[in-house]
Write a protein that binds this ligand. Structure first.
Ligand SMILES: Cc1cc2nc3c(=O)[nH]c(=O)nc-3n(C[C@H](O)[C@H](O)[C@H](O)COP(=O)(O)O)c2cc1C
Length: 328
């Protein structure tokens, strides 16, 4: 799988998710085997106006590369300048968000709003393409009606503008996350354009990855919600692609992953902020495990990395001892 000049080692991509796919989370996904990670959506306007908080979203770590940075906005000139800032920051791919249906974004004419304004969309893509040499991708939705026509037209126009790949989450703007993703539209895009098509939407387990590839012919599969607290989905999908039974993470895998998540988060956000974030996020990794709600409550007041690490170790040791009386 190639996006422009960039060769991906496999066809698995972590979906951009605002508030979730921060750098530490992306590192776990890469370690689990996905070939490409994407930042949370980044405001082009914020970048151009020098917002420190926005620029922070572009921070990267060598171990997570290749990294795609996603921007949103509606003004061609601002999007162009935003793209140049992204290129200067060292991202490997520039992705344009044409799928976000959150009211705040749509009201600005950005995200999926651009899918019903083909002239503006064309101006945005041409402006960006003329200004950067990075591989350029777009991430779209079905559009504003269920026919899929807007998606096909947007993808074809993007190809004409020099876009190198298109990812599609085949739900309409009004659908949000309701109903189910219409994978037949992924197959339709595959017929309609010759650039790579990335399929996205409703991958719940590793088998779905193979099913999406088989049913749609997509070039790569992008996984979002199913990877939250479950980076192993990437390794398991790779197992299946290589005709191996998918390996289930054991307690030690889970413990080590959580400890690395804490480590990376403290390194990236600093101890105070990271520990505060971990209080809720560790719940993603312990959901469904015995006494997980008790564990979550027990870490809700912790202040230091040391205390957080100890609490995690004690929780996992308790579980291991319940299975067999040896320490992990
Ligand atoms: C919490 C959350 C945040 C998201 N943020 C973004 C975003 O910043 N940019 C984007 O293009 N899509 C965003 N998405 C959409 C996902 O990238 C993806 O298209 C969608 O979740 C469908 O894939 P899934 O069924 O594998 O989760 C977000 C989704 C979720 C659940």
């Amino acid at each position: 799988m190639k996006i422009g000049s960039l060769v991906l080692e496999n066809p698995l991509i972590l979906a951009p998710m605002a508030g979730i796919t921060e750098l530490p989370f992306r590192r776990l996904a890469r370690e689990a085997g996905c070939a490409l990670v994407v930042t949370e959506m980044v405001s082009a306007n914020g970048l151009v106006h020098g917002s420190k908080k926005t620029a922070e979203l572009l921070m990267s770590h060598p171990k997570e590369r290749p990294l795609s940075a996603q921007i949103f906005g509606a003004d061609p000139e601002i999007m162009k300048e935003g793209a140049q800032i992204v290129q200067g920051a060292g991202a490997d791919i520039l992705d344009v968000n044409l799928g976000c249906s959150v009211r705040k974004i749509v009201r600005q004419g950005a995200g999926v709003a651009l899918m019903r304004e083909p002239n503006r969309l064309e101006a945005v893509l041409k402006a960006i393409r003329s200004a950067i040499s990075l591989p350029l991708t777009i991430k779209i939705r079905t559009g504003w009606d269920p026919s899929g026509e807007q998606a096909v037209k947007a993808a074809q126009m993007a190809e004409d503008c020099g876009v190198d790949a298109v990812a599609i989450h085949p739900r309409t703007a009004v659908q949000g996350f309701a109903g189910s993703a219409d994978w037949s539209l992924i197959a339709r895009l595959k017929e309609a354009v010759s650039i790579p098509v990335v399929g996205n939407g409703d991958i719940q387990g590793p088998d779905d990855v193979l099913r999406m590839q088989r049913e749609t012919g997509c070039d790569a599969v992008m996984i979002g919600r199913a990877s939250i607290g479950n980076p192993w989905i990437f390794a398991q999908a790779l197992d299946l692609m290589n005709s191996r039974p998918p390996r289930q993470p054991d307690l030690l895998d889970r413990l080590n992953t959580v400890l690395r998540y804490i480590e990376y988060s403290v390194h990236h956000f600093g101890e105070v902020r990271a520990v505060r974030m971990m209080r809720s996020r560790l719940g993603w990794f312990t959901k469904g495990l015995p006494h997980s709600s008790r564990f979550r409550a027990s870490i809700s007041h912790l202040q230091t990395k040391e205390d957080m690490t100890e609490a995690v170790q004690a929780y996992f040791e308790g579980m291991q001892n319940a299975i067999q009386p040896t320490a992990i």
